[in-house]
Design a protein around this ligand. Structure first.
Ligand SMILES: [Zn+2]
Ligand SMILES: [Zn+2]
Length: 245
């Protein structure tokens, strides 16, 4: 049986003290992670321990609360890694974006961080399926800050399929990502205010029946959502929560 651990269920501001976006999926010896927000790194170390075991990371878009933790994973690997392989998949410009972020945080080390032995940083393109160690991933463009190259991901892992919306406002591609999945992690930043780039809970109340998944789990909560917890009927992610599939 596989397990998804919520490493970070929070938004960009870590509202309510939640870690930024990060989901770890494990089954047997295989694992992958979706996103690693800057401060999610802390909870990843606490939860997962030896980062040398981490096999692949899929990044939904280039915002700090989704990929800001990557340089810390790489510097940990640079100093303490035992040479195991790690694949990182991200939208177009992946290697340069990660290199530049690493260089800003650790001047002089940017190139060294991305050119490590056993590290493979790869770019995916919208609507072109990629494969990583037998895991098939379909990147679907979503509606969010365009400069961040936002995508949702549909991941086939063994017999199971799971969806990750990344950050997006309500749009029909959410339904495509979720269709027939065992588990759908959907961002829901706001409760009643409609704001560009993010889903609002009232939209899920209206249209939620169209989301065809066995288990819908909301995440990426802002203040409005956290102030209205008792009114939310769907499952809400919590840091440290484990979901079995
Ligand atoms: Zn975000
Ligand atoms: Zn974002």
């Amino acid at each position: 049986m596989g397990k998804l651990t919520v490493i970070g269920s929070g938004d960009a501001f870590s509202t309510g003290g939640r870690f930024q976006s990060c989901f770890l999926v494990e089954e047997g010896e295989e694992n992958f992670m979706v996103d690693c927000g800057a401060n999610a790194y802390v909870n990843l170390v606490r939860t997962f321990g030896d980062l040398d075991r981490l096999q692949r990371i899929f990044i939904t878009h280039f915002h700090g609360d989704h990929f800001g933790g990557i340089p810390f994973i790489l510097i940990n690997r640079r100093f303490f890694g035992k040479g195991s392989s790690l694949e990182i998949w991200a939208p177009m410009g992946a290697k340069k974006r990660i290199r530049d972020l690493g260089e800003a945080l650790y001047p002089g080390l940017g190139d060294e961080l991305v050119d490590q032995h056993g590290l493979f940083i790869r770019e995916y393109e919208s609507e072109i399926e990629f494969e990583s160690g037998g895991i098939r991933v379909w990147p679907v463009p979503v509606v969010h800050a365009p400069d961040s190259i936002p995508h949702g991901l549909r991941v086939n892992f063994g017999e199971k399929t799971m969806g990750f919306s990344g950050d997006t406002e309500w749009n029909s591609n959410i339904l495509r990502i979720a269709e027939g999945t065992e588990l759908m992690m959907l961002e829901c930043n706001n409760f009643s205010s409609i704001r560009p780039g993010h889903v609002t809970y009232s939209q899920i109340e209206e249209r939620g029946a169209e989301i065809r998944t066995e288990n819908l789990v909301l995440n990426h909560f802002g203040e409005e959502m956290l102030s209205n917890l008792e009114k939310v009927k769907e499952n809400m992610a919590e840091d440290g929560m484990e979901l079995f599939f």
